[in-house]
Design a protein around this ligand. Structure first.
Ligand code: BG6
Length: 487
């Protein structure tokens, strides 16, 4: 008889990957250095309205430094200071570090045949620096940083040629780092295009973001590109673990009204599961026809070949990476609902939850639900590759940051993870977002801080860039040291 009681424990596995996560475009800076070309992130100005601006008709990927300020151009100068930063990660005891490789450092325009050796040299050093401290690199191949040329002159991911360009890029990095890097993800938050196709697909109004046929075509092209990366990665080293990565939003129906329940289930099918169904199960879900109908996708115009479908089936991902920050609520029956803000998706305000400084609804139990929903559906290892609290931090006169609110947020989410592990979920690791303060993706602000390490830089680009460990730095150190017990 199997003793089910004995195998149900809240302990994290001994090889659990504790670490932190960043993305090249949000911290490296050096946007023109050593041959790097501009990416879509380099064209996004700072300010709370950046995504509204990037989704407007006025935006066509132009960079106008006289008119706008571009915080990603400088980032936190990680390009120059990466050794100091990795040393601090090592001090916290990181087992892994998730970062992305800026595509336009390796292929500055995206469509070259030969890679830019100077760009690769930077990642050689970054990876070696991690390995020096036994920190396992976890690489996102594409994180909201498509080369701008592919946006402006090729029309973004709706253009099938991008499959070839991505494949070339992925092959170069997989080949080069196949013995040093085991964990990879093909696209950051691939499903986010439902709401903001500019960052992940390079689609804006001037190249067709207002037509869902383009968005679904872009996804299809990305699915094929992802499958090709999995194929190649496993060919060069069968030990490589190549995952997908989605933005997971736990969504609740506001009440038991079947209309709200159905609307909510649709949201879950569309937003949370559509991309993973394809990337994990290797085929389009049964709900595809309904989804195409709801989003007025012209399936006659979609180019999806038999050969593509075979590739998707043959090369699914090895694990599911996802970000989790908050939950939201679906309500289609009340007129006077109060809206909530959120990580690219909004929703209706939830009276049972508190919100962050940016109005995101804090919900640790929602993470336990997310883990159970994802594992129940796919039975593939899960990796929480983003989670955290964007908050205003205050530097005291004696150079300290007392971020007990961040510790409280993370603590509750780690407790929820432990419970999910006891629920039977296979969880590989946890990399809180923005482990060092960096430029916010949605607002371009520095003042929206997630880090364990404070970076002295404000929203106007002023500051010494000095790195200062926050209280959460020492707390997280203990969490890792005790493998999650000292939370
Ligand atoms: C995720 C992205 O959506 O959330 C990150 O993958 C982003 O790039 C993070 O930074 C937090 O969002 P924001 O807008 O607060 O930076």
């Amino acid at each position: 008889m199997v003793d089910f009681k004995a195998i149900s424990s809240e302990a994290f596995p001994t090889n659990f990957l504790w670490g932190g996560a960043t993305a090249a475009n949000q911290l490296e800076g050096a946007w023109r250095k050593d041959g790097k070309g501009p990416s879509i992130a380099d064209a996004l100005p700072g300010g709370k309205q950046r995504l509204t601006f990037a989704s407007s008709k006025d935006f066509n990927g132009q960079i106008d430094e006289k008119r706008y300020q571009y915080p990603n151009h400088r980032g936190i100068e990680h390009y120059q200071r990466f050794k100091e930063d990795i040393k601090l990660f090592a001090e916290m005891g990181f087992k892994c570090y998730r970062f992305s490789i800026a595509w336009s450092r390796i292929f500055p325009q995206g469509d070259e045949i030969e890679p830019n050796e100077a760009g690769l040299k930077f990642y050689d050093q970054l990876i070696d620096e991690c390995l020096k401290y036994q920190i396992e690199p976890v690489i996102t191949i594409s994180h909201y940083e498509l080369p701008l040329n592919l946006v402006k002159n090729y029309g973004g991911w709706k253009n099938r040629q991008l499959i070839t360009f991505y494949e070339r890029f992925a092959k170069v990095v997989l080949q080069r780092y196949k013995q040093k890097v085991r964990y990879w993800m093909t696209f950051n938050e691939i499903n986010s295009a439902f709401h903001f196709p500019i960052m992940s697909q390079g689609l804006m109004p001037s190249n067709g973001s207002n037509d869902y046929t383009n968005i679904f075509q872009a996804w299809h092209n990305q699915f094929v590109a992802s499958a090709l990366a999995v194929k190649f990665g496993h060919q060069v080293n069968s030990n490589l673990q190549i995952g997908c990565m989605i933005l997971y939003a736990t969504i609740y129906a506001v009440d038991a009204n079947p209309k709200n329940q159905w609307a909510n289930l649709k949201q879950i099918q569309d937003f949370n599961f559509f991309c993973t169904d394809v990337q994990v199960r290797g085929e389009y879900p049964a709900s595809t026809a309904r989804i195409f109908h709801d989003y007025q996708v012209d399936s006659q115009r979609l180019k999806i070949t038999e050969q593509d479908l075979q590739l998707l089936k043959k090369y699914p991902v090895d694990y599911i990476g996802f970000s989790y920050y908050m939950s939201s609520v679906t309500d289609v029956t009340h007129q006077d609902t109060v809206k909530s803000a959120g990580n690219l998706i909004g929703g209706v305000s939830n009276q049972f939850l508190q919100t962050s400084d940016w109005g995101w609804q804090i919900d640790p139990t929602g993470l336990r639900i997310a883990l159970n929903e994802l594992y129940g559906r796919y039975q593939k290892p899960l990796f929480i590759v983003e989670n955290g609290l964007g908050a205003f931090d205050k530097l005291t006169t004696d150079h300290k940051i007392h971020d007990d609110y961040r510790i409280d947020y993370l603590k509750k989410h780690i407790h929820a993870m432990a419970k999910a592990v006891a629920d039977g979920v296979n969880l590989m690791g946890y990399t809180p977002w923005g482990c060092i303060d960096l430029v916010s993706a949605s607002t371009g602000q520095m003042s929206k801080r997630y880090g364990f390490i404070y970076v002295d830089l404000d929203d106007n680009g002023k500051g010494s860039l000095q790195r200062i460990p926050k209280d959460s730095f020492y707390w997280y150190q203990k969490v890792i040291e005790s493998n999650g017990k000292g939370v």
